[in-house]
Design a protein around this ligand. Structure first.
Ligand SMILES: Cc1ncc(COP(=O)(O)O)c(C=O)c1O
Length: 478
């Protein structure tokens, strides 16, 4: 039996709409007050989650406020709480309130950034942010775009580098390249590069993984040798990628040396600074990234160490012409370009329809200012040093040498024992007191902890050290 039409309307009156949005805001506003007392990673039973998801009636719908509350509770009760001050995990910091507010505004107004004329302020906000963050990196007049994240930014870099070396690729595809095109990143680089090699049609084997030296940095002699040997065998190198802040260990590749090699070989130099690039906002920490200013392009994710909600990467570049050449397209159904000459983002970036991803960084900077970010990031670095020292004092051996707040440790009595280190990480997570992960650095198993939340305090560092000690002795006893 069809339902009466008025029961099917999606139009809420103004009061109901307000109640629904107030309910969502109340869930989000209440979460920081609750989160400290929640387990960082709740024990999750797969059938229960599936059952909870199935329990929503997608055919008939339900009361808006009750449904918002139920979905909010489901997320809070089943997710690894990256919002928790003792989430010492991957680069998913607790989002700052200004960034959350900006995402609410973005969702509410839903500006379409494909063309300048539809959302001029939002487009100019993103252009200003690219110049601003480019300035932190010492890249004058930077151009580029906001992306969904680091992977899209790195993909964009690869497309530009391909175009710079093989201009025929845009029209005739990679089969027009007169040889095997190759790109170079360290063995410890983020392996979305493999997906990018696949996506561009080059194939995963085109990505040449350069060995790291004993300190886990890209070995520049090995890079030189690989470039020479590949050229000698007929390959066509087109891009060198250095990582500033590896995912596993926070290692910064030798940027100046890598830039010099790329320049000597006349190939594109890209720096993947997806999370550590944020350190450039601090005048005290910026020197760790020396050499980044020589890059043709850089990836920096605002949704990593700049602590805004996910979905905000940045592709920063010094070649406006190349962006236009790679992404240019015109379609009669799109609004005409503005007479002022401002470029429409859909002709300079991967995306077509485009969310105002930059607004959350803009609002956060506009509320707090760069100096507050610098202080926050310096605080994380200081807490990282405290964590390093506390773990060393507790007989863990640190395996990574970095100024960034990633600490990877091994138990000297269990070196090389992957199951033990995985067991320690799992026991810490199961305790609900903190979240850390297991990792392998140059083949050596370790436990990895990263200080990344603006909510983390010294007492949280102490709690983590205690949780690690208990996990270690629990495994030794067992
Ligand atoms: C160094 C580095 N590059 C790229 C990425 C991928 O970024 P995203 O997950 O935003 O696509 C990450 C993710 O952690 C990363 O650490």
């Amino acid at each position: 039996m069809p339902e009466p039409e008025d029961d099917m309307s999606m139009d809420l009156d103004l009061d109901d709409r307000r109640r629904l949005l107030d309910a969502a805001c109340a869930v989000v506003k209440g979460h920081p007050g609750r989160v400290r007392d929640l387990p960082v990673a709740p024990p999750v039973d797969t059938p229960d989650v599936l059952h909870a998801v199935e329990s929503f009636d997608l055919e008939g719908g339900a009361d808006p406020v009750a449904t918002v509350n139920a979905v909010g509770a489901l997320l809070e009760e089943t997710s690894v709480l990256t919002t928790h001050p003792r989430y010492f995990g991957l680069f998913n910091p607790s989002p700052l309130a200004a960034g959350i507010a900006a995402d609410i505004l973005t969702a509410g107004f839903n500006p379409q950034l494909a063309v300048w004329s539809h959302a001029p302020a939002a487009v100019e906000i993103e252009a200003r942010l690219i110049r601003e963050v480019g300035g932190w990196l010492n890249i004058a007049d930077a151009t580029g775009s906001f992306t969904t994240g680091g992977t899209e930014a790195n993909l964009t870099a690869t497309l530009l580098a391909l175009h710079a070396h093989f201009p025929s690729v845009s029209s005739d595809g990679i089969r027009s390249i007169p040889g095997r095109a190759t790109l170079y990143a360290s063995q410890d680089s983020h392996l979305a590069w493999l997906k990018i090699a696949h996506l561009t049609g080059l194939g995963r084997r085109a990505l040449r993984l350069v060995p790291c030296d004993g300190s886990l940095r890209m070995d520049l002699d090995a890079l030189r040798d690989m470039l020479a040997a590949d050229r000698a065998s007929g390959a066509l190198p087109f891009m060198v990628i250095a990582t500033a802040g590896t995912t596993s260990a926070g290692i910064i590749d030798p940027l100046e040396g890598a830039a010099a090699i790329a320049s000597r070989n006349e190939i594109w130099f890209h720096v993947d600074a997806a999370w550590a690039g944020a350190a450039a906002c601090s005048r005290r920490l910026r020197h760790h990234l020396r050499g980044v200013e020589g890059a043709d392009s850089v990836t920096v994710d605002a949704h990593k160490w700049l602590s805004v909600p996910m979905g905000a990467g940045m592709f920063i570049c010094r070649h406006a012409d190349a962006l236009r050449a790679v992404f240019d397209v015109s379609a009669s159904y799109m609004p005409l370009p503005t007479s002022g000459g401002a470029l429409d983002p859909y002709v300079t970036s991967v995306q077509w329809s485009r969310r105002a991803a930059g607004l959350k960084l803009f609002l956060t900077l506009a509320v707090h200012g760069r100096r507050a970010y610098a202080q926050q990031i310096e605080d994380d670095v200081r807490l990282g040093s405290e964590l390093r020292a506390a773990l060393q004092a507790d007989d863990w051996r640190v395996l990574n040498d970095t100024p960034l707040p990633v600490v990877c440790v091994t138990d000297p009595r269990r070196e090389g024992d992957a199951a033990f280190h995985e067991g320690v990480a799992a026991a810490v997570v199961d305790s609900g007191r903190a979240w850390v992960s297991a990792v392998q650095l140059g083949g050596a198993p370790a436990v990895r902890a990263c200080v990344i939340s603006h909510e983390t305090e010294e007492s949280d560092i102490r709690s983590l050290v205690t949780a690690m000690r208990r996990a270690r002795s629990g495994l030794a006893d067992g």
